[in-house]
Structures are given as C-alpha cells and as structure tokens.
Design a protein around this ligand. Structure first.
Ligand SMILES: O=C(O)CC1=CCC(=O)O1
Length: 254
C-alpha cells in the first residue's frame, strides 16, 4: 500500500474515512479526532503527493477516488462513511457517484462539482514547479481563514501555512492538474448515497453558491452552512464535527 494512513478509535466501531484538502495532510483533521473516535474508527490518509504519500506522476480525480477504494480493500473494509474537504470533498463526490456500494454516507465540505478555473489551476501548477511553494503559501492564510480567525488563532494558521510551504511542489502540482480537469457537474444528479454538504459562509474559494448547486442537484442531500472560511473543519471545528455526527446519526432511521 503506497498510501500513508492512520487509524484511531475502537476496532469494532463503524469506519469513517477522512480526506484532506490541497496542500494539507491527514493532520488537518486533528480538531475532529477526539469527538469522532468516541463513535467511529477513524481512517485518515494523506492524498497523492501530500504528507507522507508519495507522488506517482500524473493523477486524475478518478485515481484519487480509486486510491480510497484501494485503501478500503487493503484494510478489508467493505463499507464506510466518508468525509472530505475541498479536494477531498470532490474526491467524495466522485466516490458517491462511482462507488456508492462502498459508502454508507458521503459528507463533502467546502467543495464544488468543479473547483475554480482550469487555467488558474494549470498556472498554479506551473508556478510551484518553477518557483517553489512559498508563493502559494504566502496567499494561503487569506484563502483558508477569515480575518477574525487569523487574528485570534495565529498559531493554528501559521502551523498549516508552514506545512504548506514545506510540502513537496511536484505532488501539489499534480493535484492542481487533477483539479484543473475535474468536472462533476454533469454527474452529481445521479448520486444515490446519502450526502451532507458543508459550506463556509465566508469561503472565497468554494462558495455557498457552489454548495447550493450540489444541494439542489444531489437528491435527498442535506446542507449546513458554518461561520467559517475555506478550512471550516479547523475554523468552526466544533460545529463541523457536530454537523457530521448529527447527519450520520440521523441516517440510522433510514
Ligand atoms: O487554493 C487553496 O489552497 C484552496 C483549495 C482549493 C482546492 C483545495 O483542496 O484547497
């Protein structure tokens, strides 16, 4: 298995898989772990070219999704809950559409059926390859957090920005290229898995309008809007975790 992962929580509890955003790692889920492990076996992994998962060359959204299936197969997990943020959320949309039999539910946060513009992603991939990660890291605090959060929790912000600045440019660039090509707008209406959509009311990257589109298109989906910017699981950690747990608990009656 060439995907780095970590498992926490009781062995016999239902499994929830957590999938990180671009430029972060499985450690971004730290604010959720204490609560989630009370009820779930939490499986988090580093996405392709991120954290301790090595890059393998050109990657597509489908391959990011298939990585999750390979990880479940490797661990003999037949079916799990899934929660992903941003790029991890888009991976969740792909999984909900193309591997529904493997998931009880899919929660997608701060994401969109198509994230950003193709030209911007290709330009970002070129920039990090030519100039390194510092340029992208410099603007990341503004993309990820509200001004209020940056002011009140500067250490948390600095830690994530520092991790981004030190991360490997090629793995990041390959994921930017995957995002450039990924477009699930024509697919989401065919999703049958229970889906929760979480948005940040001040997210400038994947907006509330993007979340509304998913909610309108995905039959039976639920939507929650949190007081946060893009990394809502960090900025509104308690409300994020509670929304996720409440959604999954509510599925028991279905
Ligand atoms: O640009 C960013 O850093 C925010 C982002 C877009 C996709 C993703 O996963 O993170």
């Amino acid at each position: 298995m060439n995907i780095h992962y970590q498992i926490d929580g009781p062995q016999d509890a239902p499994v929830i898989v957590l999938s990180n955003s671009l430029g972060t790692s499985l450690s971004m889920w730290e604010p959720q772990i204490a609560t989630l492990t009370q009820q779930f076996r939490v499986l988090r992994y580093d996405t392709h070219g991120h954290g301790q998962t090595e890059k393998r060359g050109k990657v597509t959204l489908a391959q990011l999704g298939e990585d999750v299936i390979s990880l479940l197969d490797h661990l003999n997990i037949a079916k799990a809950h899934f929660c992903g943020i941003s790029m991890g959320g888009l991976t969740g949309i792909w999984l909900a559409r193309f591997a529904p039999e493997r998931f009880h539910s899919v929660s997608v946060a701060n994401t969109a059926a198509k994230i950003g513009e193709q030209s911007a992603w290709l330009s970002r991939a070129r920039t990090v390859r030519e100039e390194g990660m510092d340029v992208v890291a410099a603007g990341s605090a503004d993309r990820w957090f509200t001004g209020e959060f940056r002011q009140h929790q500067p250490e948390t912000v600095e830690q994530l920005v520092h991790q981004l600045a030190r991360s490997e440019a090629e793995g990041y660039a390959e994921c930017c290229e995957a995002l450039a090509a990924a477009d699930m707008r024509g697919e989401v209406a065919a999703i049958t898995v229970p889906v929760l959509i979480i948005a940040g009311e001040q997210d400038p990257v994947t907006t509330v309008a993007d979340a509304d589109f998913l909610h309108q298109q995905i039959p039976g989906s639920q939507e929650v809007i949190l007081p946060a910017s893009h990394l809502s699981n960090v900025e509104a950690a308690g409300a994020f975790t509670q929304s996720l747990v409440t959604f999954i608990r509510g599925l028991n009656g279905r």
